[in-house]
Design a protein around this ligand. Structure first.
Ligand SMILES: Cc1cc2nc3c(=O)[nH]c(=O)nc-3n(C[C@H](O)[C@H](O)[C@H](O)COP(=O)(O)O)c2cc1C
Length: 422
């Protein structure tokens, strides 16, 4: 009887030693192998209304599903027995060298996902040397985010009705050290996000009958919302004079939303900004031509992650024809549905210069703040390396269409407007 005790005690000691040595990690984040696992961690960490605000898309979410579904239709054509002992993951976008063909795309209101939102995310991007794109709709101001940045910074803006407001934001971004502008053109109005309506989600978030239980179950999340300034569009302070954080959305809707913006406004922006200028939300050849004509240096091929016009095709399915027509004149950034290093390689193979992450990094921030964003970047880095090796390539810049199969109609101009500008 007593003789068995030392054996049990030994087993417990061994287990403890393994835990301490990291043989078994209790850290769910470090053990999360994929972006899908990070998404699940985020789902547990924050109330449904906040999770769905990032996860959801517009209307029936057909475009949201098409983004991931079509990336899965691209398949690899590997080459074997090639020396891949050294791997090169670097890329250059708009004259800036990045350690990976990746950047953090613009996401607004990140404090909704807990912690200090954009501040931790920009620190994590800086640690990895990746570009962080400050959204106009951030929950911290341009200057507050820039103060935490150690890597490249870009600024995303909208073509609002008041050119004075746009100019002020552009000047602030330049003074804060942003090196490129990304003007988002696919949000003349907000898409209808049905999940947000059902969950009673708004900016700033309000506790309602529909979401009270979810909020009550996440006291830590709620406490983080209460810390720091009221959640609103901090960049509007000093612009939306007299309006409180509570009424910023109303101010945007009544004073700033611009349903009469045209490509002339992009040409005007070009005239006041000398750095790289990207147009985000380009989904057709005709818009890509217009962007080039207005003097843009690049486009972000994007359907806003299926959050705006539902019924748009996936962004990967329009990428090849835009690259074929304008890849030699424009830098091309891709976003929409990217969830793995393999997806990044697929976008590169079809001609994108780099990929902008959307939900992936936001899920990381929701799962564990800056550590979560770091983990997301680590996952992409290691998956990129592994997929590159498995594909038989030693340099991410050498991937081209010979390494993938994809539906042939993706490279043919489609629709009467695309055919006009052929
Ligand atoms: C929570 C959230 C907030 C976003 N905010 C903005 C924004 O302020 N400006 C913008 O141009 N795009 C915004 N986007 C869109 C992303 O920049 C990107 O186009 C999209 O998320 C890419 O698709 P993916 O999430 O499937 O990767 C946002 C996306 C999410 C998920």
């Amino acid at each position: 009887m007593t003789s068995k005790l030392p054996v049990r005690a030994n087993a417990v000691t061994e287990l403890a030693k393994m835990l301490v040595a990291g043989g078994i990690s209790t850290d769910a984040l470090a053990n999360a192998p994929t972006i899908g696992d990070i998404r699940q961690l985020a789902k547990r960490r924050i109330p449904k209304m906040a999770f769905d605000f990032a996860d959801g898309g517009a209307d029936a979410e057909n475009t949201l599903r098409a983004n991931t579904g079509d990336l899965a239709k691209v398949t690899f054509v590997p080459q074997s027995l090639v020396d891949v002992s050294e791997q090169q993951l670097k890329t250059t976008v708009a004259g800036e060298e990045l350690p990976l063909p990746l950047m953090l795309g613009p996401a607004g209101s990140v404090r909704i996902f807990g912690g200090d939102g954009e501040l931790s995310a920009v620190r994590a991007a800086g640690q990895a040397g990746l570009t962080y794109t400050i959204s106009t709709a951030s929950s911290w101001s341009i200057e507050e985010i820039a103060a935490e940045a150690t890597g490249p910074l870009w600024f995303q803006l909208y073509m609002w009705r008041s050119r004075d407001t746009v100019r002020t934001l552009v000047e602030r971004a330049a003074a804060a050290g942003c090196t490129a502008l990304v003007v988002t053109v696919d949000v003349p109005v907000n898409g209808k996000r049905a999940r947000d309506h059902r969950n009673g989600m708004s900016i700033p978030p309000k506790v309602t009958l529909r979401n009270a239980m979810g909020v009550a179950r996440h006291p830590k999340w709620f406490a983080s919302l209460m810390r720091g300034p009221a959640i609103g569009f901090r960049n509007l302070e000093g612009i939306a004079e007299g309006s409180s954080a509570m009424s910023h959305q109303e101010y945007i809707n009544t004073e700033l939303v611009n349903l009469s913006a045209t490509w002339d406004d992009i040409a005007w922006l070009r005239s006041i900004w000398t750095g790289p200028l990207f147009v985000k939300g380009v989904m057709s050849l005709s818009d890509a031509h217009s962007a080039a004509g207005a003097g843009a240096d690049g486009v972000v091929v994007s359907n806003h992650g299926g959050r705006q016009l539902d019924g748009l095709p996936s962004s990967i399915s329009v990428l090849p024809r835009i690259v074929d027509a304008l890849g030699d004149r424009l830098s091309i950034i891709f976003d929409g549905g990217v969830r793995s290093g393999g997806d990044v390689l697929k976008a590169k193979a079809l001609g994108a210069d780099a990929v902008a992450l959307g939900r992936s990094w936001v899920w990381g921030a929701a799962a564990a703040g800056g550590r979560g964003v770091q983990r997301v970047i680590d996952i992409y880095r290691s998956e990129l390396r592994e997929s590159l090796i498995l594909l038989g390539l030693d340099n991410v810049e050498n991937i081209d269409r010979s390494f993938v199969n994809f539906p042939p109609e993706w490279s043919r101009p489609e629709g009467s407007r695309d055919l006009q500008v052929r």
